[in-house]
Design a protein around this ligand. Structure first.
Ligand SMILES: Nc1ncnc2c1ncn2[C@@H]1O[C@H](COP(=O)(O)OP(=O)(O)O)[C@@H](O)[C@H]1O
Ligand SMILES: [Mg+2]
Length: 254
């Protein structure tokens, strides 16, 4: 149910966020993200009690924007909004094509984006069930995904690449455990790197799982090798004794 009054309040909130942005590119992004449909979707999430306020942007990416939001219980949530733009559509089509779970999806922009947000949600659930440390999946509605917020009120969790790690070997072991759990979920992350691993409370958190594909995807093996290569390269630079072949064996073995 769409409550007109709530929608007006929401529009005012988004307007306040937008006018805080000095940079005109960012303002344009806001106009793209908060089209009428997105506002209605967020209004639904508020009505359903999933969030109570959308507070401030955390990240403005190519395909999605992530916001800090607050739930009715006062807990912080991350709200990821996939943008309805052609760029998004082109970039994600390659991952949906060939994923048997999305065979029936028509290649129109809106339904594809919705399927994409749903795919990220399902991948989060599947990974969480297999013991991967991910933000807790909470809800997906149209092109909007709500999950647990990693970080605190002063800052979102930094990406692994931004942190000066005291004990790289221990962090490597933590990443390896997560990679093994992703494998146990029978998925390939397909965008695994020090950019999509957050560092919080002395542990890594795997994010950005929208493009993850099941092992029977045509390109699963290719993307798995790429993921392994990225992680091996990152830790080698930190003087951890790891090779792509060794890491691959450690993930697959036993
Ligand atoms: N659950 C979360 N908690 C805190 N910050 C998050 C969360 N999810 C994403 N972010 C922040 O938003 C950024 C972009 O999110 P991500 O899912 O990687 O999307 P993309 O890289 O496709 O834009 C991340 O690098 C991180 O800084
Ligand atoms: Mg990312």
């Amino acid at each position: 149910m769409i409550d007109e009054r709530r929608l007006r309040i929401l529009e005012t909130q988004v307007d306040a966020l937008r006018t805080r942005e000095k940079d005109s590119e960012t303002r344009k992004t806001y106009d793209e993200v908060f089209d009428h449909a997105a506002l209605l979707t967020i209004a639904d999430l508020i009505t359903d009690g999933v969030i109570s306020t959308l507070d401030y942007p955390v990240s403005t990416g190519k395909e999605a924007n992530v916001f800090h939001a607050t739930g009715p219980d006062g807990r912080a949530k991350a709200v990821k909004i996939y943008r309805i733009a052609n760029a998004t559509f082109r970039n994600i089509a390659v991952y949906i094509d060939g994923d048997p779970r999305f065979k029936k999806v028509k290649r129109a922009i809106r339904p594809t984006l919705w399927a994409w947000a749903q795919k990220e949600y399902k991948n989060l659930v599947r990974m969480e069930d297999a013991g991967v440390r991910v933000p807790a999946p909470e809800r997906v509605h149209n092109n909007v995904l709500v999950m647990g917020y990693i970080g605190d009120e002063t800052q979102p969790a930094p990406a692994l690449r931004e942190v000066a790690l005291k004990d790289p070997a221990a962090v490597y072991a933590d990443v390896l455990a997560n990679l093994r759990a992703i494998r146990k979920a029978k998925l390939v992350h397909a965008d695994m790197s020090e950019y999509n691993l957050l560092w919080w409370d002395g542990r890594v958190v795997v994010i950005d799982v929208g493009q993850a594909v099941p092992l029977d995807h045509l390109r699963a093996a290719e993307w798995f090798k790429r993921d392994v290569g990225n992680i091996a390269r990152f830790f080698r630079r930190l003087r951890v004794d790891v090779t792509p072949a060794g890491l691959e064996r450690a993930i697959l073995g036993g």
